[in-house]
Design a protein around this ligand. Sequence first.
Ligand code: NAD
Length: 348
Amino acid sequence: MTTYKLALIPGDGIGVDVTDATMKVIAAAASRFGFALETETFPWSCEYYLETGAMMPADGIETLRRFDAIYLGAVGWPATVPDAVSLHGLLLPIRKAFNQYANIRPHRLLPGVEGPLKSDAFDILCIRENTEGEYSGAGGRVHQGTANEVAVETSVFTRAGVERILRFGFEQAQARRKHLTSVTKSNAQKYSMVFWDEVTRELAAEYPDVTVSHMHIDAMAAKMVMAPQDLDVIVASNLFGDILTDLGAAIQGGLGFAASANISPDRVNPSMFEPVHGSAPDIAGKNIANPIAAIWSGAMMLDHLGQAEAGAAILAAIEAATAKGIGIRPGLNTTDEVTAAVLAALEA
Ligand code: NAD
């Protein structure tokens, strides 16, 4: 029997609840589809930071390297640890160390879920560059606390980095409705974004079956609201993709439905799967977090690991639950009720 080694990082707040919910569903899928799981849970979180002074141990990356995949709930507890510390201490180093350069996020309305838009017929796959760009961490501050203070944060776009994310986007488009929209701001950012557009045009010649549109980030924000049904695959830089996928989450009914995968396409290193949402301190410990985004991310993990049938069955079970009205609005059901409904549909 195939066994997958999974590293679990539940993290903070509702990250813990939704990881528990996801693992119940993943375990049920494993027994139904005949594969096994070996899981190890790591306590790396803001609490861990307060105890140890680091978000993960110095050998954390080496520890994770021996797993087939990483599943992360959510990390962040701004009341005690600044968000820049928690993000740069755990999530970003994992994404960068393992070359998880493709952050993919599906945006569509699940059955029964009412989105805020008139259109409910959209099905978008947003691909965000995940290792460089605006979040490269290059920069510094001088003259801190004085009137002459200066902060510089440099975006870094490499040919290798831009080319590989665009290729990933073209390949995803080939497997879907064959339309790729590349999002930049090349009217205002005349070096990095013009470069990105050039690479897109060069590569387009290699994917003649994919039609390509170029849009500026501001126009794309409007299009996702006004005509999301016209979009198929979107590819964007780290910052632009980050923002657009929160918009994507909003049009699909909220963060409780927004799943994501940090993919390391060459498969040398583990990929990481996590819901888009954060630790939601406002609802932590109340058993009301919607686990659907997290469970959907777990389905993406199984798909990536080669258990496509199990991944599809989990997604179908989520859809069966929402079609019955379970988990379709915040506060409607408890985390446990939504999890139970998905499990029941999976086992039916
Ligand atoms: P958040 O996503 O945690 O919460 C935003 C709002 O959405 C809150 O009102 C919350 O209650 C609601 N919400 C989020 N997920 C929900 C769910 N599954 N079910 C029901 N309601 C849900 O974003 P935030 O409040 O800006 O950030 C809180 C903390 O999480 C911060 O420390 C932030 O840095 C961190 N964060 C972490 C990640 C991550 O780990 N990938 C992502 C985003 C934010």
